[in-house]
Design a protein around this ligand. Structure first.
Ligand code: DPP
Ligand code: ZN
Length: 885
């Protein structure tokens, strides 16, 4: 395996300032001509060096330099990675002609067919599958692209930038020429051709320019673009208001594509999106889908500045654009919806996916040091932990300081390809602070642990918090240096009042949340004039991606859950209560029947959460969305992070038993909530309305778990007839766990109702893959043969196979090894045509060392079987070898 290392970075030997591409588009045989201006960089080039132009799966038809044909062997050589120019000139025009077969491209990277359209995906290294090129993000060029195709088959021809010419040609052909004035790296290149219709709108920027907004879809989907368009306009306005960033081209296009490896792609002026993140209407999309669309539309739009205008020097810096852009889309969603609810959702996601990654065999720093296949580093660590790292600048410097840092970053680096260190330097220099220690967040992997002890002195009225930090070893990093950790905090009295905080040496006390900077391995913070022994509220808003431990008493947690001024901290205190019970119940030492009672700590928490919604009127300030989150038990993936040895069945059983107990004991209150929050008017996709639906459907889920027959009957009705997909799917999800006599008929009817809607069928596959019933793997295996299933379509594979292996932990980890065998079969089959998708699928097998001894051997055996498969992609090989190392 070839390893690429950050330490080996060299700037490109050549500049390619401009390129003209001509595409003769055809499904089976597309020809691409590239006219490239070559200019040697004498500061980098070493005499005698050849020039490697990257290329993969290209059939070379001709190659000339300054009009002279080049001869293989003498002038160039074809090598596995591309084409080597043996005596590259100081400067000149290189013209290549290659052909490619989009219909055979099932890896969905480069130029490929999706349905009857043609489209591209170039990030990270797909452009080399279109033409020979120096395919690296620090090589910026101006592109002019001519597309030629059958006017009947491909009436719409799109590329980056502005359309400067179009017309018809003999033989039923037509053409369009696109020019993008902004120099860009090849990974932002895009082309789309097909039978598409556009939904058009306009946005006027704050400087008064008009931008055409176009969302391109299949004709049947055009009616479902309204939410995406509105989200785009909100994003454009938000980026102007919050960061002073305005859009730069005259046109912004989004194309929805049904076959896509990722969520979406920020190609300059021509985003290509997975249909999942564009199309919505109330009958087919859930509240979660609406939120996902808003977030991803914003994310790709925000990339225009953080990613495109300022891009990455090399792929090790991926988090420079992704961590920053995820942070920006999170802030946007927080402003558009409930900030607390958004933050809790972000943290739940981080804990469910990134914490396990950081603790497993593929753990890597936010800025990795090496990779075999860069696609394996589009991870929760680079994206979501990267966003937490950016959030910490914001917490440490404040909103204004962060903005100053952003302004300086753009002032210094607009039009450049830069590093995470450049970003950190801009933040430090704009604020006159030293952020050198902060750099360890980029270079050290692993989730730090902060342990807190405290002491109150009644005599002197002082209170001392002592924090120690450590970080577990990760592959290649046995020892860690201390991090700079911002701890947002406050103090509460025993009855829940906010206490002012005054650190030793400070002249006055502060009222609200303050940020302590933990930078040493062990550090104490002493507060003076503390009237009584306080309850510390720590890591408010989840101010750092760490695990914080303190031995709160049950009474303290109840006070925090009821009274903390920070909503995240209130939620977190409740989660700690629930987590304690679940971990005790799942402890292998506590063999016994599943619980039927409810511990008082949990009962008090649930009662307090439900109370505002069960009286005559809803309590003032009570937020249904927040209540729904408080009633959601910690996920099994997160719980697994908290135990030394994982018994997935025990965690699952403990969680089920607690759900059931809550559903039984609070049946009356939960039924009242269902009645109170039953939607009567037309569907509104607002955060408020979504919050009411969330609380109502959480109540339904708990009641069904508790075996409540009225609720089960209601779930059946709602699954058949609810007027919106949120309620319908929630009911179906609850119902599929049961043995309701109509279960199969309802599932069949749902499938029939949406037989033409690929995205709803994805939900239908997922709902069955997540069923708690013991026959689920058999069902999933049968569904692989369903006519609506398509093993080549990433959304389908993720919906059925991925949902089962990541979302149905108890059955995936069945002790007979059937779940592991199933996944290995799917990985091997998928790897035959799409290594990128297969490498994502294999992840649940990787953390075998954390499992109980019986499962370890079974998982390992399947990893071994995958590794021995002939012709395995380097994508899967890299993950499997790390897992087995
Ligand atoms: N760059 C894309 C995104 O995260 C993923 N390929 O927006
Ligand atoms: Zn991104």
């Amino acid at each position: 395996q070839t390893v690429t290392r950050l330490a080996d970075y060299r700037p490109p030997l050549y500049r390619l300032p401009s390129v003209s591409l001509t595409f003769w588009l055809d499904r089976q045989k597309t020809t691409v001509e590239a006219r490239i201006r070559l200019e040697r960089d004498e500061a980098v080039y070493r005499p005698g060096e050849s020039l490697l132009l990257h290329g993969g799966k290209l059939a070379l038809e001709s190659l000339t330099l300054e009009g002279e044909p080049l001869m293989e062997g003498r002038d160039y050589r074809l090598v596995p990675d591309g084409l080597e120019l043996l005596n590259p000139p100081v400067a000149g025009e290189l013209v290549s002609r290659v052909s490619i077969d989009p219909s055979a491209n099932l890896e969905l990277e480069g130029l490929y067919a999706s349905g009857d359209m043609l489209c591209t995906q170039c990030e990270a290294e797909g452009f080399r599958k279109i033409t020979y090129w120096l395919d690296r993000p620090d090589l910026l060029s101006v592109y002019t692209v001519k597309l030629i195709a059958s006017a009947a088959d491909y009436p719409v021809l799109l590329a980056n930038g502005n359309c400067i010419e179009h017309g018809t040609m003999p033989g039923g052909q037509h053409f369009a020429v696109w020019h993008d004035p902004f120099p860009k790296p090849a990974y932002l290149f895009a082309v789309v051709a097909g039978q598409l219709v556009k939904t058009a709108d306009r946005f006027t920027t704050r400087s008064g320019r008009t931008v055409d907004l176009e969302i391109w879809t299949r004709a049947a989907d055009a009616a479902k673009t309204g939410h995406a368009m509105m989200s785009l306009k909100h994003s454009m306005a938000w980026d102007e208001q919050v960061f002073g960033l305005e859009y730069d081209l005259d046109i912004y296009m989004i194309v929805a594509v049904g076959d896509f490896n990722m969520g979406a792609m920020e190609n300059k002026g021509l985003n290509v999106f997975n249909t999942k993140y564009v199309l919505a209407d109330p009958q087919t999309a859930t509240d979660l889908d609406y939120q996902g669309i808003e977030a991803v539309i914003a994310h790709e739009y925000f990339h225009n500045w953080t990613g495109n205008r300022v891009t990455c020097r090399d792929w090790f810096q991926l988090s420079l654009k992704e961590g920053l852009t995820v942070f920006r889309d999170q802030q946007f969603s927080a402003d558009m919806n409930s900030a607390a609810v958004q933050r809790i959702g972000n943290v739940r996601g981080l804990r469910a996916v990134q914490f396990p990654e950081d603790a497993g065999p593929t753990a890597h720093p936010v800025r990795p040091d090496s990779y075999v296949e860069i696609n394996n580093f589009y991870t929760a660590t680079v994206y979501n932990k990267g966003a937490e790292v950016v959030r910490m600048y914001h917490t440490l410097l404040g909103a204004d300081g962060f903005r100053r840092g952003m302004d300086l970053y753009f002032q210094r680096h607009d039009g450049q390809a830069v590093t995470c260190d450049d970003f950190r330097a801009a933040m430090a220099d704009a604020n006159g602070v030293d952020l050198s220690q902060f750099g360890r967040w980029y270079s050290q992997a692993g989730t730090p642990v902060v342990r807190v002890t405290d002491q109150y002195d009644t005599e002197t009225k002082t209170y001392t918090l002592t924090m120690t930090q450590s970080c577990p070893p990760t592959p290649g990093q046995p020892v860690k240096e201390p991090f700079l950790i911002p701890i947002a905090m406050g103090l509460l009295s025993a009855d829940g009042q906010t206490l002012p905080t005054q650190l030793t040496g400070e002249a006055t006390a502060q009222a609200g949340t303050r940020v302590l900077r933990l930078s040493d391995v062990r550090q104490s913070f002493t507060f003076v004039n503390v009237a009584e022994a306080p309850i510390p509220s720590l890591l408010r808003g989840f101010s750092a991606p760490v695990k914080l431990e303190r031995a709160w008493t049950d009474a303290e947690l109840a006070t925090l859950a009821a009274h903390d001024s920070d909503a995240f901290a209130r939620w977190e205190a409740g989660q700690t209560v629930l987590t304690r019970v679940l971990l005790a119940d799942a402890d292998p030492a506590s063999i016994g029947p599943a619980r039927t009672d409810l511990p008082e700590t949990v009962a008090n928490l649930v009662a307090a959460t439900l109370a505002p919604f069960t009286g005559e009127t809803v309590g003032a300030g009570a937020d249904p969305a927040f209540a729904a989150l408080c009633l959601a038990l910690p996920g099994e993936a997160y719980l697994a992070e908290l135990v030394p040895v994982v018994y997935p069945d025990r965690l699952h059983a403990a969680r089920n038993a607690l759900r059931t107990a809550i559903g039984r004991r609070y049946a009356d209150d939960l039924l009242k909530i269902i009645a109170r929050f039953t939607d009567t008017g037309p569907f509104q996709p607002t955060a408020e309305a979504a919050g009411r639906r969330a609380l109502r459907n959480t109540a339904l889920d708990l009641l069904v778990a508790g075996g409540n027959s009225a609720a089960i009957a209601l779930a059946a009705d709602q699954a058949k007839a609810a007027g919106n997909m949120t309620d319908r799917l929630a009911a179906l999800t609850a119902l599929v766990d049961t043995d309701h006599p109509e279960r199969s008929a309802i599932l069949e009817a749902f499938q029939a109702d949406f037989a033409e809607d690929a995205l709803v069928l994805d939900k239908w596959f997922t709902v069955q893959a997540l069923s708690r019933r013991a026959d689920t793997l058999a069902q999933v295996t049968a569904l692989l043969g369903h006519p609506a299933y398509d093993a080549k379509n990433p959304n389908k594979v993720r919906a059925l196979v991925g949902s089962f292996t990541t979302g149905n932990r108890a059955q995936f980890h069945a002790l007979d090894g059937s779940g592991y065998g199933f996944l290995a079969d799917q990985v091997i089959a998928t790897d035959g045509f799409n290594g990128k998708l297969a490498a994502r699928l294999v992840a649940p097998l990787a953390p075998w060392k954390k499992m109980d001894p019986a499962r370890q051997g079974l998982m390992r055996a399947e990893l071994d079987r995958i590794r021995k498969t002939p012709g395995l992609s380097k994508d899967v090989t890299e993950i499997v070898e790390k897992a087995l190392a």
